[in-house]
Design a protein around this ligand. Structure first.
Ligand code: GDP
Length: 328
């Protein structure tokens, strides 16, 4: 019998990478999807025939119980959430329902249906917010700066609480920003790689940006999903920071990304005050020593390679779209 994993949020960037990784490890991979009038399976097209997809919703407790009874997984990866920080300021209640209470609903379903299921919670470096020390470790206190960060801090602690209260194998992976060509277009790295490609092909003239001084520890999503699986493969449940340990500013990201396409970012970027956040996280840099020592995890792709990969992928996509438009 192959091991069976259930991924919530399988249609997202991390879900797509994790599903591929687990298929490669011989898992039977099940995914939870929410019904929507428009499809959202574009990240899964090449593997969809190998996946088992089920309808359920983090807002619907009974649907989660039914899902676990049907799938009977040995591992659950909770990647589903409202994950975009600016949206969390516009819809703070909905963000809390999905990103905070949704975690409790999954944990409750596991506790009721089969408390031996191993549970991974996708926690976030946004919990560190106004950072109390640098670099941030598993022991750095949280000071979240957005309704999203606050909701993720709740999700982290409820995971710890179910582990301590019920002896469940529940772990929280505190992942720093992780990107790829599959990243949602609204996040800064992908917004930039997409903007560079559109400007290069003359589809767009300017790229409007928010806070250019902001610094992040950006890694590659494909590397980070391996750490999720490693955490569930340990003999004892523990929480881990996953990061590269190197930070860069949004300005450096712009420089590198435009240069990759032979452009000068200063000719094309405009700062739009409307894109500044009510409160921002100015700097993040993680210390993944514990993951390196206990899991044997290390990132393979560094910032320059990541930016090049994303820009190249968007250049190729926009070039293809242009060709199709011309043929019409
Ligand atoms: P986050 O760390 O989860 O908020 O990931 P994002 O990719 O959305 O944002 C990373 C940082 O880039 C934040 O500090 C933003 O304020 C900054 N930033 C600057 N300009 C932009 C922009 O146009 N879009 C986004 N999404 N972020 C921007």
């Amino acid at each position: 019998m192959p091991p069976r994993a259930l991924i919530t949020g399988i249609t997202g960037q991390d879900g797509a990478y994790l599903a591929r990784f687990l298929l490669g490890k011989g898992y039977e991979v099940h995914g939870m999807v929410r019904r929507a009038s428009t499809g959202s399976f574009e990240r899964l097209t090449t593997i969809q025939h190998r996946l088992h997809l089920h309808q359920a919703d983090l807002l619907d407790q009974l649907s989660l119980v039914t899902l676990l009874k049907t799938v009977q997984p040995s591992e659950v990866y909770n990647l589903a959430a409202q994950t975009f920080v600016p949206t969390s300021f516009v819809q703070p209640m909905l963000t809390a329902e999905f990103t905070a209470l949704g975690v409790t609903r999954v944990l409750e379903a596991i506790r009721l249906v089969d408390p031996t299921i191993r549970f991974y919670q996708a926690s976030s470096s946004e919990m560190f917010g106004r950072v109390r020390q640098e670099p941030q470790t598993e022991n750095t206190p949280f000071w979240p700066r957005s309704p999203y960060g606050v909701a993720k801090a709740y999700g982290h602690w409820i995971t710890v609480n179910y582990r301590e209260s019920y002896g469940m194998f529940a772990v929280s992976g505190i992942l720093f920003n992780h990107e790829s060509p599959l990243r949602g277009i609204e996040f800064v790295t992908r917004k930039v790689s997409d903007g560079v490609a559109r400007i290069k092909f003359g589809v767009q003239e300017k790229l409007r940006m928010g806070n250019l001084d902001s610094q992040r520890d950006w890694g590659f999503a494909g590397d980070y999903v391996e750490a999720m699986w490693m955490m569930l493969s340990q003999s004892t449940p523990e929480d881990f920071v996953v990061a590269t340990g190197v930070k860069h500013s949004v300005r450096e990201l712009l420089e590198k990304a435009f240069a990759r396409a032979g452009l000068n970012w200063q000719d094309h970027v405009e700062v739009d005050p409307a894109l500044l956040r009510p409160a921002d996280v100015n700097t993040l840099r993680g210390d993944a020593s514990k993951a390196r020592e206990k899991l044997g995890w290390r990132p393979r792709i560094a910032f320059d390679e990541l930016v090049a990969m994303m820009v190249d992928a968007d250049l190729e996509r926009v070039r293809r779209e242009q060709t199709i438009d011309r043929d019409d």
